[in-house]
Structures are given as C-alpha cells and as structure tokens.
Design a protein around this ligand. Sequence first.
Ligand SMILES: NC(=O)c1ccc[n+]([C@@H]2O[C@H](COP(=O)([O-])OP(=O)(O)OC[C@H]3O[C@@H](n4cnc5c(N)ncnc54)[C@H](OP(=O)(O)O)[C@@H]3O)[C@@H](O)[C@H]2O)c1
Length: 300
Amino acid sequence: MSEQHQSGASLHHARVLVTGGQGQLGRALAQFYAAGGDTVAEPGRAALDVTEPLSVRAALDRVAPALIIHAAAATDVDRCEREPRWAAALNAEGTRNLALLAGERDIPLVYVSTNYIFDGHKPRGEGYAEDDPAAPLSVYGRTKLAGEEAVRQLVPRHAIVRTAQVYAAQGRKFVQTMLGLADAGKTTIGGVADQWGQPTYATDLAAGIAALADINTWGTYHLTNAGSCTWAEWAIEIFRLSGRAVTVEPIPAATFKRDATPPANGVLLNRHAAALGVALPDWRDGLRRCLAEMGELRAE
Ligand SMILES: NC(=O)c1ccc[n+]([C@@H]2O[C@H](COP(=O)([O-])OP(=O)(O)OC[C@H]3O[C@@H](n4cnc5c(N)ncnc54)[C@H](OP(=O)(O)O)[C@@H]3O)[C@@H](O)[C@H]2O)c1
C-alpha cells in the first residue's frame, strides 16, 4: 500500500494552476474549476514551459497557486521513443523543475502519470494496483516514472494520479481518428484485439482529480473510467454510437509497426480512489457524453 497522508483544510475555491493548460486534460480541468467558481490559471507552453526553471518560477510567482495540477507532458509515445532526450527533458526534468519549487513553497501538487509505467504482462481479467512494481517498456513510461520519483522525493503534499487512454472532444486522438476513417469512406478497418485498457474521458478524469485534490489525502492513485475493452471493442462502440457503418476486423497489435511498446494489459485497478469514494463512470458512458459534446451521438 503506498503512502496516504491526510492533512489541512479543503482546497475548494482556491487558486489552481494547471500546467499543459491547452492539452486535453488541461482544458477539462480548467473548465471544471472555472464552473465551480475557482480561480484557475491554465497557461499553455508559451506562458509556462516546464523545461525552463525560470519560466516555472515566474508562473508560480504570478499565479501564487494553492494547488498545482501538472498535466503537461510529452504524450506522443512513439515520438518519445524516437526522441528520448525530448521526452526526458519534459517528463522527467520538467516535472523535477516544478516539483522542486512546489516542495520549496509547500504547494500541493497533483502529478498526472500513466499506465505505461507497468509492463502489461498480466493476463486479461487482471489489472495493476497502485503498489504493483513499475516495469516500463518504453521511453514514455520510463520518463513518466522518473517524474513520479521526483514528485515523491521533493513534494511532501503530492498526489500521483495514473490514468490511461485519455480522449476529449477537442483532442486529436483515437475517437477523432476513427470518425475520420469512417468519414473518409472506410467501411472496414482492422482493430487491435490483443491489447486492452480503459478509455478515459478527460471531463470525467478532471472531475475525479479535482475530487481527490479536494479530499486532500495525498498518495498514489489510479483513475480511469470503469470497465475495460480492446482497441477493437472501443472502435466498434465509437462507430455504433456515432451511427457510422464500419466493420471492425480483429487484428493483432503486431500488424502495426510502432516505435513504442504499449502495455498489452493496460488495465489499472482504481482501488485507492474508490476507497475515498471517488470512482469514474463506465467507459461507454464517458464515450457517449464525449460524442454528444462533439455533436456526433446518433445512438444510445
Ligand atoms: N493522452 C493519454 O492517453 C494519456 C494516458 C495516460 C496518462 N496521460 C497523462 O495525462 C496528462 C495529460 O495528457 P493529455 O492527453 O491532456 O496530453 P496532451 O493533450 O498532449 O497535452 C499535453 C500538453 O502539454 C503541453 N506541453 C508540451 N511541452 C510543454 C512544455 N515544455 N511546457 C509546458 N507544457 C508543455 C502541450 O502543449 P503543446 O501542444 O503546445 O506542445 C500540451 O498542451 C499527461 O501528464 C499525460 O502523460 C495521458
């Protein structure tokens, strides 16, 4: 069981700084906090570059946050494999830059991490608990894990929130790719059927992260939409809900030549968050709401 610390008053209605504020999760967090009446600063990379210590210090001076949520990262996992120095500068060193100052100023910090820190070798039906040993297979996983270690070492009041397969209405990820294939006239596609995980709607994840930060209990958490599916099953549900007539033929992951190796079993057991009463809805429910937000929902 990883460490959990209860301390201090609620952080609700506080000043929140979100790094990577223009990314999928950053935008969702900003929307969540703004809707709740909190003051939120969500600078993009130009205003807060985590790889530049001076930029980090200036942003913290400017915003004076009561809570930092670190959502900026190098998230293109294949590019991380090809450009490991870029990945390390952002995911490991960038996180360290932020963690140093957060620790120095005793500002609580939520670090968003990933299921890529696990090797994914567990059989289907099992999943990874918060205290399972890390064994990343990729540069992305290794550099995000180094970020976790910096946060644990430097920030007394921290939450590490590992998630997976994040998508949003404004993103350019799997949901948009599938809709694009259908709209380009594809009637049959291959869907990977030997890797599975938990598609996680950024809006749901943002609400869950805020709930954990609000409870103010520090430690390591897994937070994803509930249930699990293969990429093929995810694609089938996207086509069904969006009313696209596309057949998904199951194929092995080895069909696609990729630079990074994802965990075959990417499922995270959300035990610590559930113990605090924080649980996200089923992945199909999140997908339905995302497609509705995009104006693409055609079936229930
Ligand atoms: N996406 C997933 O499937 C997934 C899965 C598990 C965990 N996570 C984690 O969840 C978090 C949020 O992911 P996301 O999907 O929202 O990613 P995203 O959409 O790729 O957003 C990442 C943001 O980081 C920004 N960024 C890049 N370099 C930066 C720098 N040097 N300084 C400050 N910001 C910088 C990017 O800005 P530019 O666009 O200007 O480069 C982008 O807005 C990340 O920590 C990620 O590791 C994501």
